[in-house]
Design a protein around this ligand. Sequence first.
Ligand SMILES: [Ca+2]
Ligand SMILES: [Ca+2]
Ligand SMILES: [Ca+2]
Length: 409
Amino acid sequence: MKNTNYFTKFILVFSLGGLLLMVGCQDDETLVEVQELETLANYEIAPIEGQYIVVLKESSLSRNIPQNYDQRITMLKNNFLTRFSSLKISSENIKKTYGFAVKGVAVQLNHEQLQVLRAHKDVQLIEQDYQITLSPDLSILKGKPSNPGGGGEETPTQVTPWGVTRIGGAGNGVGKIAWIIDSGVDLTHPDLTVDVARSKSFLGGRDADDPNDYNGHGTHVAGTVAALDNNIGVVGVAAGATVVAVRVLDRRGSGSYSGVIAGVDYVAANGAAGDAANMSLGGPVSSALDNAVVAASSIVKFALAAGNESDDANNHSPARANGPNIYTVSASDSADRLASFSNYGNPPVDYAAPGVSIASLWKNGGTNTISGTSMASPHVCGLLLLGNVNFDGYVSNDPDGNPDKIAHR
Ligand SMILES: [Ca+2]
Ligand SMILES: [Ca+2]
Ligand SMILES: [Ca+2]
C-alpha cells in the first residue's frame, strides 16, 4: 500500500537462536561474545504488498461448522468468498484460512476491497501481513554442526546439556505431545520421536508441503524439549516426548505472520489437554497473532521466547501474549545471569530458562550448540509436558529490576 518505504529493521528471536551462535559442540567453544550476537541478530521485516490478515467476528459465523481441520478450512474459505462475493476476490488470492484459534483469512486485496472490508460489520480486525526474513549475511550456516553418532569417531555418547541439568534434570516425556512451531523438525532424526503424520508445513512455494527442517533451528528446539534418553545426541527435558513439526519458517529462516498464525490455528485444531507448544520466533506487535495464541492456549499450553532485542518483551509478538497457560521465557546463562540479549519485563515474562550455549540436535541428524531465548523457551515447554513449572532461584542482572524466576521441575 502506501507504506512501501516502511522497511524497518527489527531484531527477532529466531535469529539469535538460529544461526548465529553455532559453536561446534565437538569443539566445546562455549564462550560467546554477546556484543557480536546482538550485531548479528538483525532481521529485516517487510510488509507483504497488498496482503492482509482479516479476522472475522465470532458472532458472524455459523455454529454449524465441521470439527475436522481440512473440512473446516475448506468450508470457511468458501464461506468467505461467498459472503464477500461482491468484492470479486479470487480464490487463489486467499493465502491462508483460519478456523480454530481465530476465524478469518490471509488475503491479497486491492485498495477498494480493503476499504470495504475495513468498514464491514463482520470484520473484527485487519492487519498488514509481514514477511520475516533473515539478513542475507546470516542465511549461511556458520556453525559446525556435527553428527550425534560421532561420524566415525569414538563411541557415541549422549550429552546432558547444562540447561537440562539446571532445570532439574530430564524427566520421562514418553507419550506426551510437543507442537514445535518453527522451521520444521528433522523428521528422521535418530534422537527424536516425530509424529510425521500430523506434522505440517504452512509455507508457500518450494517445500510448501514438507514439514522437514532444512534450517536446523526447529530441530534444535525439538531436541531441548524431547530428545530421547539413549546413547546418542542429547537428552531433552521431557525425554522421548513425541514432537509434531509445524513448519512456518523456511530454510533461510523466513516466514510470514499469516503462516505463523496458520500454524497456531493448526495446533488449536489438533492439540489436546496435556500437550504443549513452543514458539521460538517473533517480531513486531500483531494483535491477530497474540489473539490466536491466547485462544489456542485454552487447549494447549504455550512456551514463548521473550526475544533477543535487549528490549521490553511487551514490544514483541507473540512474546507479549499473556494468559494462565502462556509462559514467556527469558534467557539465563550457566551463572544464572539474565543474558544481555534477552528481552525482559514482567509481565509478560514468566520465567527465565537456560539460553546461552545450549547443546541440542540439528538438521540432517546432527547436533549443534547455539544461544538465544529460542533455546530458553523449549526448556519450559518440556517442563509443561512433565507437569507444573516450579522455580529454583532468580536471575541476576535483570534490567527490569524484578529478577526473573529460573524455571525448574
Ligand atoms: Ca539422546
Ligand atoms: Ca506471561
Ligand atoms: Ca524481570
